[in-house]
Design a protein around this ligand. Structure first.
Ligand SMILES: [Zn+2]
Length: 232
């Protein structure tokens, strides 16, 4: 475990995540609606994408977002060490924070963001496995993506409150976890339900949700993938 690597990863994660709230605020709109061009709270024009800190002058500084991203990045640095996997999942973790932020705001995982996550993870990991003479690793990643895709597609088809965005994200995460190994895939499949299940019960009991409410699954899927990478 290298301290400079962990600190470097934390600084990278936190500093990059400072730009997430502005983008998340603009992208958190209903399906088929163009990105927001004004603040949802004070209607101040919001035309640029690159802004660190609060999404608008009327909102609070995103301390939780930055803190969580720094923590995730340092954890990945500590567990994965100097590796191709770290080089790829570190920037991907910032995109993951953005996906989670958008999903929590509007229960949507926009296709371009999930596609970008696939592009920056599956492509270099696949190429890396081939170049390292490990085609079995690539096959395992593809198989795991297929398993996760099928499992979540079945849950979506029987109408258990998840959308196709969740199914696509599960497939991308399945590929990354499959690259790491089957124990990581297993954790990635189980952990999201260990998060959202009890959370749903707490929300029902405290009457902050009712029977028909649906919880966004994206943040739980991404947390499950993080746990998978840590334990796998
Ligand atoms: Zn505002």
């Amino acid at each position: 475990m290298s301290l400079p690597l962990i600190v470097g990863a934390a600084v990278f994660g936190g500093a990059s995540a400072a730009f997430v709230p502005r983008i998340a605020h603009r992208l958190a709109v209903p399906r088929g609606t163009p990105a927001r061009t004004a603040c949802a709270h004070c209607a101040k024009p919001m035309l640029d994408w690159v802004r660190a800190g609060a999404p608008c002058s009327c909102s609070r500084q995103p301390l939780w977002t930055v803190g969580a991203a720094a923590l995730v990045a340092s954890l990945l640095g500590a567990v994965l060490g100097e590796s191709l996997l770290l080089l790829i999942v570190l920037p991907a973790s910032v995109l993951a924070v953005l996906l989670a932020a958008v999903d929590m705001r509007c229960q949507r995982l926009p296709d371009p963001l999930v596609a970008a996550l696939a592009l920056i993870t599956a492509v270099p990991l696949g190429a890396g496995a081939v170049l390292a003479g490990e085609p079995a690793r690539l096959l395992r990643a593809v198989a795991a993506a297929g398993v996760c895709f099928s499992a979540y597609l079945m849950i979506a088809l029987i109408g258990r409150g998840l959308g196709l965005g969740d199914v696509k994200l599960a497939a991308v995460l399945g590929f990354v976890l499959g690259y790491a190994g089957w124990p990581a895939v297993l954790a990635g499949l189980i952990v999201p339900h260990l998060i959202n299940g009890p959370l749903a019960v707490v929300l029902l009991v405290t009457r902050r949700a009712h029977r028909r409410s649906t919880l966004p699954l994206g943040p739980a899927l991404l947390t499950g993938a993080l746990v998978g990478l840590v334990v796998g």
